[in-house]
Design a protein around this ligand. Sequence first.
Ligand SMILES: Nc1ncnc2c1ncn2[C@@H]1O[C@H](COP(=O)(O)OP(=O)(O)OP(=O)(O)O)[C@@H](O)[C@H]1O
Ligand SMILES: [Mg+2]
Length: 297
Amino acid sequence: MKSELELRGVQQRFHARGVAGGYITAVDDVSFTLAAEPPQVVSLVGQSGSGKSTIARNVLGLQKPTQGSVLYGGKDIFKLSRAEYDAYRRDVQPVFQDPYAIFNPFYRVDRALWKAVKKFGLTTSRSKGLELIEESLRAVRLEPENVLGRYPHQLSGGQRQRIMLARVHMLRPSFIIADEPVSMLDAQVRKHFLDILLDFQREHGMTTLFITHDLSTVYYLGGEVMVITKGSIVERGPVSTVMHDPSHPYTRLLLDSIPQPDPDDRWTTRIRVDELDEEEEAEKAPATTSGPETPII
Ligand SMILES: Nc1ncnc2c1ncn2[C@@H]1O[C@H](COP(=O)(O)OP(=O)(O)OP(=O)(O)O)[C@@H](O)[C@H]1O
Ligand SMILES: [Mg+2]
């Protein structure tokens, strides 16, 4: 029987100068349960500053809530015995937005995977360890010979992200806490990443808490969604219900702020060939605007 994760009345305040009361409440009385059985994908969606990453940090034990508790298997994660804490650290794995920040630039990426083998005692045999690493790289659709022996900067962002997923695959946690893991990836690579998470759910029974501000990603993943605003979760339900029949005004506002793609529109607009030439010319010209992708909300 796998353990559940539960947040019960979690509040997270931070000291802040120049604010009434001298603090801000980033997470305000948040309660929810993540079941490991059956495995599920639950998205947490909300705009910038709504408290999503703070909740991830609370769940991962990186930040102790100012009130309330995070329970793993019914026990407060900040009061676990050493052995219980070790089990929790293996069973609840993070995936962050920018794995480049996690890899040490001076070491080959293999090291991150060997560290997982050693830290969690997966095997003491070098050949068995390499077998595990190669098997996990293939599970995330990476060819071991193309990535092993490389330094982080020699891999693409999508490849670095998938190495983090290979690490998750080796550890087979019950829970993945993914904080904006695809927001720096392009559409194709993003889809690959999400498909791997869905594989993990189906084939290895992993439950993912997927944090995002991007509703198209929420649609793609399906499962359930929780909507957060100003530190409070205002709605939770199956994606199809919440997106098509939102019960909270904030969810409606969130949906209205996004241009809805209409699949029937796709074939109706014809682009003339001379327009296409102009577009190609424009593509060759140096980009005048660049920078991070514009967030949808
Ligand atoms: N360590 C901290 N000290 C002080 N304030 C903090 C700290 N961490 C977060 N905050 C504040 O708490 C609020 C919620 O931040 P959080 O990072 O959880 O939002 P978010 O929903 O993840 O936003 P984004 O979508 O931009 O990542 C923000 O007002 C933020 O400035
Ligand atoms: Mg965040």
